[in-house]
Unconditional design. Structure first.
Length: 421
């Protein structure tokens, strides 16, 4: 055997670990445990994690890749897919805090500022980098909309062929934002759970052997991208954890990885020991995880999704039980809000902070309000609220009632006639 000299920095990841039974597997394109069929996640060498310093991170690029020492792939710039994702603004929202009766600061982590205008650029950057390193030749995904936008853009950038699958009844902006690129977009007559099931079946076929489905066979890598939402908030707060965070849930993956990021930062000694209570937000049209929370269940009963928060419409959420664990073990809570409350949440955030969120952001802000009113979140503890997508993606949800104050002739009289002078 010839020993190859590998000059690339080593990955701190050392195994795939079953989240149910703890079985360990070599790193690769595997997503379920052979022993118990449980989902796998990336395990790290604690020594490697502990060797990462704040100075290393601060000297890195102004993107999620500054955290490459805490991610499974992308240590080398020749495989890394870097579209400038991450380091999105953390906005102090004093007028929102005042209106909600918060005495501590509320911060909006505004992930609409990513290249394709949603948080999905984080998971896609890591998943496509992993797909390249694992030798896949094509990229695919099952999407509720934002993931399709991001996969299409990132695959296009590196010239990798792709095929993405979405429910055919998505918001027009999300269809256009994917179809504008040259790859293959398949609309499925069904909901996300139907799309996801089809993708699982396709990933087992010979024709798809060289295709990496970012959220199916590459899912353990994909999910790690969400950790950067936790890393950035800690760094932006001056290397400390916020006492409370509120995050939207579709499959529940993102919420669990924000928590994993905080754990890893503590373990690596990059932040002081501190607890962070994690709160989860869903829409009433699709609230299987929040319902299980309210009912005190450990299992999540699948539902048939409805309602305007389409990016969160996953009726059978893969990470639901893990999201329940995180929220319960940290002393957080979950809640669900109606479509009218979501619209009001979008307006409340816009009118107090200038941030225009998509429906998922409306869900999160409306849930924050509900948690305050029900006394389940502490208004004297600093809180980070994740806005995960841009309002331009879901204009129809609020277009009615968002019109010019007046339309007039270009004259002084015109202004007088409508009472603006
Ligand atoms: C995908 C998505 C989420 C979170 O999804 P999870 O499946 O829970 O990780 C949140 N907000 C938006 C806008 C999304 O597109
Ligand atoms: Zn297992």
């Amino acid at each position: 055997m010839t020993a190859l000299v590998d000059a690339r920095p080593a990955s701190p990841a050392d195994a795939l670990v079953c989240r149910n039974c703890g079985a360990r597997y070599p790193l690769g394109a595997q997503h379920a445990c052979f022993e118990c069929f449980g989902p796998l996640e990336i395990g790290y060498d604690p020594v490697a994690l502990a060797s990462v310093t704040r100075a290393d991170i601060e000297a890195g690029p102004h993107s999620i890749w500054r955290y490459s020492g805490l991610l499974p792939v992308g240590q080398s710039t020749d495989t890394r897919v870097d579209s400038g994702t991450g380091m999105t603004p953390l906005i102090r929202a004093d007028r929102l805090a005042d209106e909600l009766g918060f005495s501590a600061p509320i911060w909006i982590k505004d992930d609409s500022a990513n290249p394709t205008h949603s948080f999905k650029d984080r998971v896609v950057s890591v998943a496509i980098t992993a797909a390249r390193e694992l030798g896949f030749e094509r990229i695919a995904c099952a999407s509720t909309g934002n993931l399709a936008n991001s996969v299409a853009a990132h695959a296009t950038r590196i010239g990798m062929p792709y095929i993405v699958f979405v429910p055919s009844d998505l918001e027009p902006a999300k269809i256009v934002q994917t179809a504008i690129y040259d790859g293959t977009l398949v609309g499925i007559e069904g909901n996300y759970d139907d799309v996801n099931r089809l993708c699982s079946e396709l990933s087992e076929t010979d024709e798809f052997e060289k295709t990496g489905f970012v959220n199916v066979n590459v899912r353990p890598y994909y999910a790690e991208g969400s950790k950067t939402l936790g890393f950035e908030v800690a760094e932006q707060l001056g290397w400390r954890l916020p006492p409370q965070v509120v995050a939207p849930m579709a499959s529940g993956s993102m919420l669990t990885k924000i928590h994993k990021a905080f754990k890893e930062l503590r373990a690596a000694g990059l932040v002081a020991e501190a607890e962070c209570r994690v709160f989860g937000a869903q829409s009433a049209g699709c609230s299987p995880i929040a319902t299980a929370y309210e009912q005190g269940w450990d299992v999540v009963q699948p539902v048939r999704p409805t309602g305007i928060a389409k990016s969160l419409n996953i009726g059978n959420p893969a990470d639901g039980p893990y999201a329940l664990d995180v929220v319960r073990s940290t002393g957080g809570a979950m809640a669900a809000v109606s479509d009218d409350e979501i619209r009001a949440g979008i307006r409340l955030l816009a009118r107090t902070t200038g941030v225009f969120a998509e429906t998922a952001g409306g869900v999160t802000v409306a849930v924050l309000k509900k948690l305050i009113e029900s006394g389940r979140i502490d208004p004297s503890a600093e809180t980070v609220v994740y806005n995960t997508g841009d309002g331009l993606k879901t204009l129809d949800a609020v277009a009615e009632g968002a019109r010019p104050t007046a339309v007039i002739k270009p004259t002084i009289k015109g202004m007088r006639d409508v009472g603006l002078l």
